[in-house]
Design a protein around this ligand. Structure first.
Ligand SMILES: NC(=O)c1ccc[n+]([C@@H]2O[C@H](COP(=O)([O-])OP(=O)(O)OC[C@H]3O[C@@H](n4cnc5c(N)ncnc54)[C@H](OP(=O)(O)O)[C@@H]3O)[C@@H](O)[C@H]2O)c1
Length: 271
């Protein structure tokens, strides 16, 4: 028998985020919306960020009346908006306990055909804003000796080489994974946790725009939101550094997205 230990009791998982101030970027999107509903049901104080303020306001209306929710119009590709998001949150709530970087865009093209505009958008939304917001919140978190940064990365980081038609998207997610690991090692002495979530292909507006998706095999956004909640509710001495939640293989073996393609000249060779 182990002796009764008060310390271990304190370390028990508490599925309660009462009083925790959480910024969520991409809160108006598929994964973001479901996540916001879950965090609100656990008592978190929420700061919702996205460009479509009206969607955030609608989401706020649908949450239980007692929820503390601040909606902020924020284009994460703009430095000024990121600074405003962090400063206004600090002014209103005096602290930031959790940053969830979830804003994201995708674009499915062979690299040589990918519109230049898409490449810029992916870089600034999916990478720049994650790094910059992390930089803006680590100061206050370090002062508080407490905090948690969660990045919604992608299951595609586990595909090597990066999948065809998604190489800019995936290579930046790989960079983000490396960034988060490094950040964890730098910040853990200051009580700050860092977690990368790797979702598989999930049913959201983002995948709704992609071609050749196997609809029946999509994961639901609830699985991703539950994984974030798991990360947030571990004891103080444990940091879930990387959590992958990936599409389960099913009896129908069609790939979720067919990454392997015929070589462009293959059909000619067959003839
Ligand atoms: N769905 C998947 O299969 C999947 C798989 C792996 C990883 N992920 C990642 O999960 C995250 C969320 O994806 P999702 O599927 O939920 O996408 P989604 O439904 O398309 O939602 C994207 C969210 O990002 C926000 N956003 C996009 N550009 C923005 C900008 N410039 N400024 C501020 N907000 C911006 C959108 O809000 P506004 O339009 O209102 O600004 C929206 O809230 C992304 O990082 C994505 O890469 C998704």
């Amino acid at each position: 028998m182990f002796p009764k230990n008060n310390f271990i009791e304190k370390e028990c998982v508490m599925a309660n985020l009462e009083g925790k101030v959480c910024i969520v970027t991409g809160a108006s999107g598929g994964i973001g919306k479901v996540l916001v509903e879950k965090l609100s049901s656990l008592g978190a104080t929420l700061v919702l960020a996205a460009r479509r303020l009206e969607v955030l306001e609608e989401l706020k209306e649908a949450l239980p009346k007692k929820s503390k929710v601040l909606c902020m119009k924020c284009d994460v590709t703009k430095q000024e908006d990121l600074e405003n998001l962090v400063n206004y949150t600090l002014k209103t709530y005096k602290k930031i306990d959790v940053l969830i970087n979830g804003a994201g865009v995708s674009s499915q093209h062979p690299f040589w055909e990918q519109p230049l505009e898409d490449i810029g958008k992916i870089m600034s939304t999916n990478y720049y804003s994650y790094v910059m917001l992390s930089r803006l919140v680590v100061g206050p978190m370090k002062k508080a000796n407490d905090g948690h940064i969660i990045n919604i990365t992608s299951g595609s980081v586990m595909v090597d080489p990066p999948p065809r038609n998604f190489i800019v998207y995936t290579s930046l997610k790989v960079a983000l994974r490396a960034f988060a690991k490094g950040l964890f090692w730098e910040m853990r002495d200051f009580g700050i946790k860092v977690t990368s979530i790797f979702p598989g292909v999930t049913r959201t507006p983002l995948t709704g725009k992609l071609k050749n998706i196997c609809e029946e095999r999509l994961m639901e956004p609830e699985a991703v939101a539950d994984t974030v909640v798991f990360a947030l509710t571990q004891g103080q001495t444990a940091c879930p550094l990387e959590l992958a939640v990936i599409n389960q293989q099913t009896p129908w073996t069609k790939p979720v997205i067919p990454f392997k393609q015929e070589h462009p000249e293959e059909s000619k060779i067959k003839k």
